[in-house]
Design a protein around this ligand. Sequence first.
Ligand code: DGJ
Length: 693
Amino acid sequence: MIICKDNIFVLETKNTHYVFGVDKFGYNRHLHWGRKCDTNDYFLKEIGDSNSNHSMLDEYKQEYTAFGQTVYRGSAIKAEFADGCRDILLQYNGYDVDGNNLKLYFSDKVYPFNITLNYSISDDNDIITRWTTIENKSKDSIFFEKLFSAEFNLPSKKPYTFRNTNGAWAGENLETRNTLEGGSFISESRRGTSGHNQSPYFIAYQNADEKIGDVYFGILAYSGNFKVNAERDLFHSTRVIMGMSDFDFKFELKPNEVFDTPKVFCGHIQGFGEMSRQMNKFVVNNILPKSFSDKALPVLYNSWEATWFDVNSENQKALAEIAAKIGVELFVMDDGWFGQRKDDHAGLGDWFVNKDKFPNGLNDLINKVNDLGMDFGIWVEPEMVNRDSDLYRNHPDWAYHFDTRYSCELRNQLVLNMTKKEVQEYIFNCLNDLLTNHNIKYIKWDMNRPFSEAGAENLDCPQMLWYLHTKAVYDIVDKLKELHPDVAIESCASGGGRADLGALSHYDMVWTSDNTDGIDRMVIQKGFTLLRPTKAMRAWVTDIEGINKPCSLDFRFNIAMQGSLGVGGNLTKYSEEDLEICKKNIALYKEIRDIVQFGNLYRIMDIDEDEILFNQYVNEDKTKSVAFIAANGTRFYKKSVPMLFAGLDENKRYTLTLGNETYEKSGAYLMNVGIELEVRGVDYNKIVIINEV
Ligand code: DGJ
């Protein structure tokens, strides 16, 4: 519900109030974000403590600060008008409420330029969607140096700790915690995609854990360069500004153009666990493309770690035959099937079947896969080109470049200038032809390097390429999905380099990490599930057994079954016994995948903090649950550990089997007394099925 009275706006979510007002000077001032209060009590206090060194405006908690006047702290928007004026002075023009959507209208006092602050809520959760709309009503272009999506003010004057990541390729989602006492904390990408390193979100808290404590968070839905900038100022106020990064940023808004910034989803919730559960549901119900959001994702096989670039008709058919026998539903052929692709030096850009590898064409393999009862999927990397490719030989100017510089290669490839219409058309046509001429049900869209020499001579304002590239990718994906609604598309970028909520507004799922080591995945997957849905997290069981960290096939299944399961090992080398293990686990996964992909996740024990991973998924009506327990060795003779389950109904009775014992207990017992378990050995893993009696 949204309540608007005397220029005070109360966004009432399931458990919280988010409150702001517009004061008599027209400033949008934040008032409260937290527990619900009597809505009549909110008011705007006048503050006017200016002196020669700090200004009233710097003290104001604003919903969206425009650079101008005496603003010295970070601002959310900075513009340059045609006459050179770089100061925005806003006036308030009113608001509109439409159900749970609120728009607040502002315009510059002199220039015909409008800003709308947009808010949207739902009654059944605590998540608020925010974004900003700008509109140029003048005859000249307006250029923006900063154009963030939203600004947040945190209530406490005490320092907040910010959870974010400092990850890498094969080490995505590795968490950091920074307590911000003064100055700023920045999480940013300057690579062209959201990247593997820092994350486009803030999670700010004081004294919170999985179960309790005030947690404030905001996550950006954008796959390009982003910036999250938190500041704790001289008044000890902590605010966060986030959106598209202002790195190498210049955004031109032409006359009569309107632009919506990327959205931010934010909330105030008690405990990290509830934050993840609300966001999980929110993303599945509201953000993921509709075609597959409510369907359980199939168990897939991916050829990458089995045959690398060396794919051909024969070896893929051999893998497919075994994959079908163990219960795989979707067979995905990875890199290597096109152009002159023998390794990573050649072929990118030439999206035509390699006749030496597939003398009878792709359909011959696809028919075989379909006859085996599986769907067929294929790998592409559309935004890239190798210098050794027909595409590059014919169109060297299609890659980003500066005429006077030699463009640097990473993985022997260059980034295509996706802002060019002809490049967009070429990519779209190649992919559309591929889908039209073959029974392909799945595309893995990869992107294996960051940008460099980011020159785009075709643009009046070349810095726009950072934004326009991302937009072009989204547009092509959307168009393909419109024409081929039964094709699911996965976002991959050298592992989890584009696994943000912007990607998940267009793609159906993401590749989490090239690191498929079961031990490492425990940590990588935990970071993933903080603000992103389990369903979208692709997880494969491969042959990486961990030389220093041995773990069995069952262990690897235990970890991969906590997301959308895939298999990626070289099945032709598996023993009959190993294939039986695969078959058994895949069959089990099919039974529990609805609980994993659509249920509520409780992170009960943490592999780093507790030496034991204990994750439990519970279905919506609390009748079925599955818990995953895994450890890579425990120290100091912990004889037995009480496994305290979570998320169950206290009054329901459940059965479960743990070790050799079967128990029938109430939810209250399982959650408060728990079951003692001896966790022993470096390869400890258990999957516990809990059913209402
Ligand atoms: C990087 C991806 O993350 C891998 O899964 C694989 O598809 C390779 N690229 C192929 O080049």
